[in-house]
Ligand binder design. Sequence first.
Ligand SMILES: [Fe+2]
Ligand SMILES: [Fe+2]
Length: 300
Amino acid sequence: MKTLEEILPRIKELDSMPSVPAIVQPLTALLRQNPDRVKLEKVVELVSYDSTIAAQCLRIANSPLFGRRNTETVRSAVIALGITRIEAIVLGSCVNRIVPHDKWAMDALTFWRHCLGCALVSSRLAKLIGYADPEKAYLAGLLHDLGILVNMVICAPEFRVGIQKAHESGIPLHSSEHQHLGFTHCQSGKILAEQWHFSSDVTAVIEHHHDVINATSACPLVAIIHLSDLLCRMRDLGYGYYEAMGVDLAGDAAWALLVESYPALVKMDLARLTMDIDGAMEEITNVVNAVFKPEPAVAR
Ligand SMILES: [Fe+2]
Ligand SMILES: [Fe+2]
């Protein structure tokens, strides 16, 4: 078991890993500007620097979710996807690289399936309840478990035990991390999110998606990601094992918090909501498959 203070220097080392900050920082700085002022050509240029990210943009732009547009250039993929989704792809791809192949204690595809699933469910849920920025919900859903990657890298042996015990006992992963590492992916993820200058809203989601009641900012967003994470784990988009949890969405503190912010939700039929999410699963699988296909040649 380690304390957060002990692991802090190792999280700082993640900053110097090749290709992670090189793309993240200029691109997030660029995309953080007023949307009307973001220069398309500059985004295309930055995306083109990185063949993996460029290929992912093309795959997703050509996936069934975007109507298979026959998008062949990075420029047309950027236009088809839109700036916020590009940011999500870039950040998702960059955080993926912080874990060397031999450190994946969990099946990488299972992990990204969960993150992409949570991103898509979060933006769907955000739209359904009338949250003003569904794209931000998508990004926060994609990145909410950043700390799992951190833990895989900096505490590999303890994390392996933590995930194995979670598999055996069916307890939530964050509870098992608490027992076997001494901290959770929420705490370590928050440290890296601050280090990488993620927005305060996304950082709040990373820190509090498993304890919504302690969130002090971005509460509706934290609640949306919390519920989407639960829905994914209930619907075979979790961490690759059966979690013995009784989920009562209507009785969940996150739902109560959302109803407080959006009073019209009192009338929402939660059964219909979960059916809608179920209906999205094929779409989610298509996107995940598009992301993990072999890379095509990239034209600028
Ligand atoms: Fe989590
Ligand atoms: Fe999660």
